[in-house]
Design a protein around this ligand. Structure first.
Ligand code: PGA
Length: 255
């Protein structure tokens, strides 16, 4: 099996002033500086990206945007931020299709696919999020919904692109609710997602792509996810805001 280096990513959402973001990152940096077993990433709000990126330069911390424009490098698109702008500000990655964007801002798979393409073309790694709602799971549609999302959100990609991207399975009912998916549920869905990738892009690309789990990940439950063969890391919201809890998640391999 292809070696997939785990990725532990913190999504700060709409939290932290520039000052608070800097304070957090200065505390976090030494705590995770010897994390060689995984990659570590934080996604601050747009306003803090440049300052945070400057403070972590030369460290093992990657910086991501939380969204990106589907349109070109620049233009009359009020409120949008382009992929090249994120890269210039110090980002290496960008989250696309987060369920909060899908739920509250009408994000579609088609736009997510265009955003992923833009990110790759600008040299950013897109973290493409997918995940079913509670109603969809209760109706027995979780697999079908996720399959559709993953196919359509990667419709702009080739097998070579797939190796570079990161996917994140985040069941909507587990995000910010404290009701995390069981490791078995996560593993089963990750296995399905990898199977979809295999059908569309071939087995080599499918075995290389990293699939993160997200939804109420905490220091207390991270280790059990990471034991699952198709879970290659985590996308962490609430528990990434504090350096102490986030660094404990990063060191999931310690007792
Ligand atoms: P949570 O958020 O860890 O607070 O549940 C996860 C996410 O939205 O990425």
């Amino acid at each position: 099996m292809t070696h997939r280096k785990p990725l532990i990513a913190g999504n700060w959402k709409m939290y932290k002033s520039v000052a608070a973001a800097v304070a957090t990152v200065l505390e976090l940096k030494p705590l995770v500086s010897n994390a060689n077993h995984c990659e570590v990433l934080i996604a601050p709000p747009f306003t803090a990206i440049k300052t945070v990126a400057d403070r972590v330069e030369g460290s093992n911390l990657f910086v991501a945007g939380q969204d990106v424009a589907a349109e070109g490098a620049e233009g009359a698109f009020t409120g949008e931020v382009g992929a090249e702008m994120l890269r210039e500000a110090g980002c290496t990655h960008v989250i696309v299709g987060h369920s909060e964007r899908r739920q509250f801002y009408g994000e579609t798979d088609e736009r997510v696919a265009r955003k992923a393409r833009r990110a790759l073309d600008a040299g950013l790694i897109p973290i493409i999020c997918i995940g079913e709602t509670l109603a969809e799971r209760e109706a027995g549609q979780a697999e079908a919904v996720v399959e559709r999302q993953i196919k359509e959100s990667t419709a702009t990609l080739t097998a070579e692109d797939l190796i570079r991207i990161v996917a994140a399975y985040e069941p909507v009912w587990a995000i910010g609710t404290g009701r995390a998916a069981t490791p078995e549920i996560a593993q089963a869905m990750h296995h399905n997602v990898r199977g979809v990738f295999e059908n569309v892009f071939g087995s080599e690309a499918a075995s290389s792509v990293r699939i993160l789990y997200g939804g109420s990940v905490k220091p207390e439950n991270i280790a059990e996810y990471m034991r699952e063969p198709d879970v290659d890391g985590a996308l962490v919201g609430g528990a990434s805001l504090q350096p102490d809890s986030f660094s404990k998640i990063v060191f999931y391999n310690r007792d």
